[in-house]
Design a protein around this ligand. Structure first.
Ligand SMILES: Nc1nc2c(ncn2[C@@H]2O[C@H](COP(=O)(O)OP(=O)(O)O)[C@@H](O)[C@H]2O)c(=O)[nH]1
Ligand SMILES: [Mg+2]
Length: 348
């Protein structure tokens, strides 16, 4: 039996959105900047292309995507293997349009889901114009980094290296940190950038250099679009992010989220209408369901409240969220379940 928990009040009628995210829900008006971009002809030397963000789990790829596009389109957490979709985020500037491909971290897989995630990241490398390799500047390079560097050495693609989390490197350790990575990258001519995806330090420079590495070309997406994922997927990811933030050990990895319904609820009186979201959180075992619900429903309430606040920012309006928890034994090892949840075997 699924267990419901409510985070709002009454219900309304269907108005479903499966459209890719243009930064905010339909209610959002076109910004002055977008209007300007739409009405200004593109310069002849305009550039466009695909940029894959590649690196070990947890180096900050999704944080960098959000920082570069200036909106939260990718979820992030301290838990490794947070990212499961190969999300495309679109960064449009006056000189270039960069389609950023956020990828799951490359790691040694332990189950079928892990294998599919790594395959997805590896195949992204073959389909882009530029790779941004993220390394954790505040840590010493490890075997995982060396593996990825070798993978990239075998390609002829341009690569930019980003020493991320530079905010965590003490000034007296900077030279040592750079030297360690110079060793790792020995023999390559990949330019090295220091940055902090969290604070944004160094990111404008990175954007400027990325643009110069792309081929000449037109805009591939409307200039006001920031993400190619349907809002339904983004909403599910916001719930999964809260699970990652509030649970420990095996629970975060055993969770998947489906959005079952999105309804627009008419406003009562003069109030703003609100969006009702019904979602199911899948876990693999009964014990995990117990952890997710928590004592007297406390954990599910925390997760629901956190997700609702994030959804309100995405949607730019009030949200009512109803969460169910359901046990689907071993879903991470079942091909049919993985396909159903969108973790397909096509490398996407
Ligand atoms: N201090 C610091 N933390 C960062 C930075 N970039 C990412 N993080 C943190 O590192 C963790 C993993 O980030 P995430 O973007 O999910 O990594 P991914 O697995 O590579 O996508 C999160 O807790 C982030 O807040 C950074 O530049 N500085
Ligand atoms: Mg990620």
């Amino acid at each position: 039996m699924a267990t419901p928990l409510l985070f709002g009040q009454a219900m309304g009628r269907v108005a479903l959105s499966g459209e890719p995210c243009s930064g905010r829900w339909e209610r959002r008006t076109v910004s002055a900047q977008t209007e300007l971009m739409l009405s200004t002809p593109l310069p002849e030397d305009y550039r466009s292309g695909f940029v894959a963000l590649i690196g070990r789990p947890n180096v900050g790829k999704s944080t960098l995507v959000n920082q570069l596009v200036g909106e939260k389109v990718a979820i992030t957490s301290p838990v490794a293997q947070t990212t499961r979709n190969r999300l495309r985020a679109i960064l449009t500037t006056e000189v270039a349009q960069m389609v950023l491909v956020d990828t799951p971290g490359i790691h040694k897989p332990h189950h079928l889901l892990g294998e599919r995630l790594v395959q997805s990241a590896r195949s992204a490398i073959g389909e882009v114009d530029l790779v941004v390799l993220l390394l954790e500047g505040c840590e010493r390079p490890g075997r995982g980094d060396a593996f990825i560097v070798n993978l990239l050495r075998q390609q002829s693609l341009p690569v930019l290296v980003c020493l991320n989390k530079w905010d965590k490197v003490a000034p007296e350790r900077e030279a040592e940190a750079e030297a360690a990575y110079a060793d790792l990258l020995d023999g390559t001519e990949w330019p090295l950038h220091r940055c902090s995806a969290l604070s944004g330090d160094g990111c404008p420079d990175l954007t400027a250099v990325m643009a110069t590495k792309l081929p000449l070309g037109p805009q591939l997406y409307p200039p006001d679009m920031v993400c190619d994922q349907p809002e339904r997927i983004l909403l599910g990811e916001l719930i999964r992010e809260q699970v990652l933030l509030h649970t420990r050990e095996e629970v975060p990895h055993s969770v998947a989220v489906t959005i079952d319904r999105i309804e627009e609820m008419p406003a009562k009186g003069k109030g703003q209408s609100r969006t009702a979201v019904l979602a199911t959180v899948l876990v693999e075992r009964k014990s995990q369901k117990g952890i997710l619900i928590g004592k007297g429903g406390a954990m599910l309430k925390t997760i629901g409240q956190g997700a609702r606040l994030q959804m309100q920012t995405l949607i730019d309006g009030p949200v009512y969220l109803e969460l169910f928890v359901k046990v689907v034994p071993d879903w991470r090892s079942k091909p049919a379940r993985l396909n159903e949840l969108g973790y397909s075997d096509s490398g996407r």
